[in-house]
Design a protein around this ligand. Sequence first.
Ligand code: URA
Length: 260
Amino acid sequence: MPLDPALRRALADRVRYYNDLGIYDFYRRTVIAEPEEAPSSVARGLSPAGVVEEEFLPKPKPQPAASDPASTLRLIREDLGECTRCRLHQQGRKQIVYGVGNPNADLMFIGEAPGADEDQQGEPFVGRSGQLLTNMIKAMGLRREDVYIANIIKCRPPGNRAPERDECDTCSPFLMRQIEAVRPKALVALGAVAAKTLLAVNAPMSELRGRWYDFRGTKLAVTYHPAFLLRDPRQKKETWKDLQMVMKEMGLPLPEKPPE
Ligand code: URA
């Protein structure tokens, strides 16, 4: 039975969407059609044999799958392409800001969204808050190149507004794949947008920080966003406590004196 063209397009879009997210393994459910009943939208998608028509089965997973984190990260970047999945591609973004750092990092920092400098340079955290983040990383006894840095969303929101919920929902699956590729020992969510998106909770930063969470089997800590620290440097002390908690977990030596 031919499919309604709108349903055909919707199914094809859905399959493409899952493929974009790296999901290729679907199961094929055999449905016994009930001829007496009026055709539902699902039944309209069934072949006479009662199974989803062959043309909507997803493409096979690309082979060979990348086996090392660096190649996996490259594949995810390719899947992202010149992304047009949300409105931000039409709102003045110059380029996608994917992620940067060591593909084998033990520690991964996750911010909110690129700002003007990041949009310009194509790298997360390169502006003023980036300088502060780099200093925070150094204070932990690490170099920026040792860690991996990414954002919840990969395109700059206009006027540096906060990302909207649907933008986070559309973009964050790519971040999930980056996290899976890097498999860090610990994640640090920088600020409320990162924390709330990753943890799916709605609580003030003062309640979220200062403890460990389990994020899909990886330890996750929350601390203040560097941009917030630039506005309110008094919170650097609390941030340093959070970073020390992370250092302790990672077996990094704790300096006697806090950073200036
Ligand atoms: N703020 C963020 O959250 N991410 C960046 O990359 C830059 C600023």
